[in-house]
Design a protein around this ligand. Sequence first.
Ligand SMILES: Nc1ncnc2c1ncn2[C@@H]1O[C@H](COP(=O)(O)OP(=O)(O)OP(=O)(O)O)[C@@H](O)[C@H]1O
Length: 201
Amino acid sequence: MLNINGLKIAREDKILAYDLQLAEGKILAIQGVSGVGKSTLLSAIAGFVELLAGTINWRGETLNALSVEERPVSYLFQDHNLFEHLSVMENLSLGFSGGAPKDDLIEAARELKVLDQLAKRPGELSGGQRQRIALIRTLLRLQPLVLLDEPFAELDPKTRHLTVNWVKKTASAKGKTILMVTHQAEDAEQLADECLVLGGI
Ligand SMILES: Nc1ncnc2c1ncn2[C@@H]1O[C@H](COP(=O)(O)OP(=O)(O)OP(=O)(O)O)[C@@H](O)[C@H]1O
């Protein structure tokens, strides 16, 4: 269970407040107008944001005092966080303690139609290809709690459908708990078990 209780964060002239519970293995879609604080919530769970109040609990233990590296979190940022000086395959292999699961990474790249891109640099890829590479790395890391910020924003409808189905299948096979920011009601409907609309509907 992820349990966020009385969380308060100061942003510019306002205070953002969050309360939510999400059972393990579930997928939550987070929606709401631009600037309402969707990305801030993910950043706070990942440990990048100073909290005014509240607790973030995972499996009954508070994450508040843990550093970013210590948290059980794999985070896909809006800008894909790929390193330009590394090949796509090297980027995929980052962040796996105990060695990257090369076969799984390659199988995922094949399923998401980016197998031909692995020897290139991220800068040589299209936005949608970069997005799929970052998504593969984020989902296949060992951390159980996965945070996705607009993971399908740059994909055409057909690729989006393929990728949404891959996330659904992979999350279920690996028992991931996912919080996903999306502006697309369709993604929420296809993928999410629950939906949280920040700032009201
Ligand atoms: N690093 C930061 N420092 C201070 N204020 C910030 C920071 N990042 C975002 N903000 C502000 O916090 C508020 C929430 O921003 P956030 O990015 O969480 O919104 P969002 O709902 O994800 O928006 P979008 O849909 O446009 O991505 C906004 O008013 C924004 O200007």
